[in-house]
Design a protein around this ligand. Structure first.
Ligand code: GFB
Length: 309
């Protein structure tokens, strides 16, 4: 990307979008384009077309999405499939019509089959059934991947797709009902310590395995791919290591300084048993994650103390 290129970050107030804006600013990109959801409803086709027609960005990072943790995905299937399909279709088609040079679409590792071999290689996409708690979101994200691939084939558009593993970091959603596990645990352990509560409840059995990538690493990977990748195939973004939810709870407990017990609520869903990505494609291109998990948890907790409470 040219330093003066006009770069549109869709979803700039979210976890990934805000990290992209930070990274782009740090990298000296000064011509950034953003719009809040009040200014531009990405589900509104006419509004999105008019925005692209008027603004004509050179590059687009498509980080806008309806997202949430395991319970939100399970409880609001219509919101997750409809809103994501609309956002992707509107942005991708409008980008083509406005002559956008390059677009990066952000997917998720829940696009892979529930029982796929681990680590998850990019070619496992669409080889077996999805995890039921998030199949609505996953189907929408798979449609986004297929839009990019179809636009490459039919129109020669340089639209690429990246699949980040579970992300965490500043600007995350810390609402206990709709959030992902990392922000939920940070908040639960913090509040329990402050209240002097004897226990913290962790959902599920604690046995599922997950991989966690700091969102600043994810943003760095996205900028890297925008500059160095043009293929039709999707690219995983991750660290290549995972841990159990029980082990994660232990790390967050330690970072927060909670001294009570951890209790597991097995009435809550576990979701997919394991989700570890194979990072050989992105490593082979020349990019690697840098932020160790303990350091990332500590800095995210500091951010929560300063902003999130
Ligand atoms: O992060 P999470 O909601 O999403 O949950 P998924 C991961 C694991 O942590 C599950 C457990 O096994 C949860 O049961 N967990 C334990 C908790 N305590 C908590 C808690 O307090 N809150 C939450 N949220 N989980 C999502 C998908 O799956 O991952 C999305 O639903 C997306 O579509 C996202 O792909 C990255 O990793 O299970």
């Amino acid at each position: 990307m040219n330093k003066n290129a006009k770069i549109y970050v869709a979803g700039h107030r979210g976890l990934v979008g805000s990290a992209l804006v930070r990274s782009l600013k740090q990298g000296g990109y000064s011509n950034l384009l953003t719009a809040t959801s009040k200014e531009l409803d990405l589900r509104d086709q006419a509004a999105v077309r008019a925005f692209f027609e008027r603004e004509r960005p050179d590059h687009v990072f498509l980080a806008a999405a309806k997202v949430g943790g395991i319970l939100a995905n399970n409880d609001f299937p219509a919101d997750f499939i409809y809103q994501n399909l609309m956002i992707e279709a509107n942005v991708i088609e409008s980008a083509r019509l406005a002559g956008v040079e390059k677009l990066l679409f952000l997917g998720s590792t829940c696009i892979y089959p529930k029982m796929a071999p681990q680590p998850l290689k990019e070619e496992y996409l669409l080889t077996a059934p999805l995890e039921p708690t998030n199949e609505w979101y996953a189907v929408a994200k798979i449609a986004g991947i297929k839009l990019c691939q179809a636009y490459q084939r039919q129109y020669g558009c340089k639209y690429i797709s990246a699949m980040p593993t579970n992300l965490y970091g500043p600007e995350d959603n810390f609402d206990l009902e709709s959030s992902h596990v990392m922000p939920a645990l940070i908040r639960k352990f913090h509040e329990a310590r402050v209240r002097g509560a004897p226990t913290v409840t962790v959902w599920g059995t604690g046995k599922p395995l997950r991989e966690f990538l700091h969102v600043d690493d994810c943003a760095a990977a996205c900028l890297f791919l925008m500059d160095h990748y043009e293929g039709e195939e999707i690219v995983n973004i991750g660290v290549g290591e995972d841990l159990s939810i029980a082990a994660l709870a232990g790390l967050v407990k330690q970072a927060v300084g909670f001294e009570g017990e951890i209790v597991f609520d097995t009435d809550k869903p576990d979701g997919t048993p394991r989700k570890l990505v194979d990072v050989s494609r992105i490593n082979g291109l020349g990019w690697q994650a840098r932020i160790p998990l303990e350091e990332g948890i500590a800095s995210t907790y500091r951010w929560f103390l300063a902003n999130g409470e």
